[in-house]
Write a protein that binds this ligand. Structure first.
Ligand code: FES
Length: 157
């Protein structure tokens, strides 16, 4: 299921590491990016075969890290931090607010496949909590008003 282009990118990664196994995390990242931002089992199996690893091992790694999506996600994947600092300053309320606006619960995708709402562990931006990631973009010091603006902006994309 992986394309030649993906294998070429994985080759570039392998060249940077002492062993093929060491390239597993970035290789999964490349495979995910090439597949609508999620990792079907077939893609994990292809990565495993290419790196000479057991499929079960690769699946174990992919399921351990929340950054790998094991099911299809919407075009905009909202990952709201719900670790301790963000929780103290209102992450739960924000998550409920976003869910209410989008009509989805945690882990769900809107019917138009535009948004997926998920929670994440500490995003490493505690000084600017509460925060969320949408793809590669960080949004910090969130309020319900800021979230409304972000959602309206993303809805146009
Ligand atoms: S607890 Fe949310 S960024 Fe650290």
């Amino acid at each position: 299921m992986l394309t030649e282009e993906v294998y070429k990118k994985i080759d570039t990664l392998i060249a940077k590491y002492p062993t093929k196994k060491a390239a597993l995390l970035p290789a999964l990242w490349v495979a995910q990016a090439a597949n609508d931002n999620w990792l079907p089992r077939e893609a994990m199996a292809d990565v495993a075969k290419y790196l000479g690893l057991a499929p079960a091992y690769v699946e174990g790694v992919a399921t351990f890290y929340t950054m790998y999506n094991k099911a299809p996600v919407g075009r905009h994947h909202l990952e709201v931090c719900h670790n301790i600092v963000c929780m103290v300053v209102g992450a739960d309320e924000l998550i409920d607010h976003i869910g209410g606006k989008l009509g989805v619960g945690r882990g769900e995708t809107t019917p138009d496949r535009k948004f997926t709402l998920n929670t994440a562990e500490c995003l490493g931006a505690c000084a600017n909590a509460p925060c969320m990631m949408v793809g590669d973009t960080y949004y910090e010091d969130l309020t319900t008003e800021k979230v409304d603006e972000i959602l309206a902006d993303l809805a146009r994309k």
